[in-house]
Design a protein around this ligand. Structure first.
Ligand code: SF4
Length: 218
């Protein structure tokens, strides 16, 4: 089974508890106004890889010891069969390695729609942050982009691990963004506040740097 991936990173420390593997899937049909990840919107067969290869990268990058996996995008539920294969592979790894990492997934679809159409996928997750990003609603809570988004726990592991964070304020850890340099590309990982990316461009311009391409506008 193949899955379209935008990027992957370890360790991610701003999208869930602990040192996590972050997997960003390619392709999103929702197109929330104000989305900062517009580079993930288009479907791109050139970004497909096998789930087996992705799992192998996860094991190597995390030295077989992630605290959690965060799956984001793009819209993970726009690739339901690939997402199922990925989740099955991750759960098999967890069961056969003695690890206890949790799996958190983001979605821009409403919870009711996911429960109706993708109950079998939800059963494989420990936690979920659903609902579209709404640019006119403030960033209020940890790991969430707008005030309409809730953190839902879906397993005993998820309930235990995420209990302290269900209503935690956005800045409880004082850090919402981490940066990754990849050749000439700079990835920002995490949940920016309104205006953060414009401020980043302004600060870069002050130092003579201009971004040739950005993910927060087309
Ligand atoms: S915020 Fe998420 S669901 Fe909304 S357009 Fe961006 S990638 Fe898609």
């Amino acid at each position: 089974m193949k899955i379209a991936i935008n990027k992957a990173h370890f360790p991610v420390t701003v999208l869930g508890p602990g040192r996590r593997i972050g997997l960003w899937l390619q392709g999103c049909s929702i197109h929330c106004p104000g989305c900062v990840s517009q580079d993930t919107w288009h479907t791109d067969p050139g970004r497909e890889m096998t789930v087996a290869r992705l799992l192998s990268w996860c094991k190597k990058a995390s030295s077989n010891a992630p605290d959690g996996i965060t799956i984001s995008g793009g819209e993970p539920f726009d690739q339901p069969q690939a997402l199922a294969a990925l989740l099955d592979a991750l759960i098999y790894w967890r069961q056969h390695s003695g690890l206890d990492f949790d799996i958190l997934c983001y979605s821009g679809y409403p919870l009711a729609r996911l429960e109706k159409r993708h109950a079998r996928l939800l059963a494989k997750l420990d936690a979920l942050i659903p609902e579209p990003y709404v640019d006119t609603l403030a960033l209020t809570h940890l790991w969430r982009g707008s005030a309409n988004q809730r953190l839902i726990t879906l397993s005993a592991r998820g309930a235990e691990r995420y209990a302290p964070y269900l209503d935690a304020p956005a800045d409880i850890f004082g850090k919402r963004i981490q940066m990754q340099v990849d050749g000439e590309r700079l990835w920002s990982i995490g949940i920016p506040a309104r205006g953060d990316m414009a401020e980043l461009e302004r600060l870069a311009a002050e130092r003579g740097l201009r971004f040739a391409q950005v993910s927060w506008r087309q």
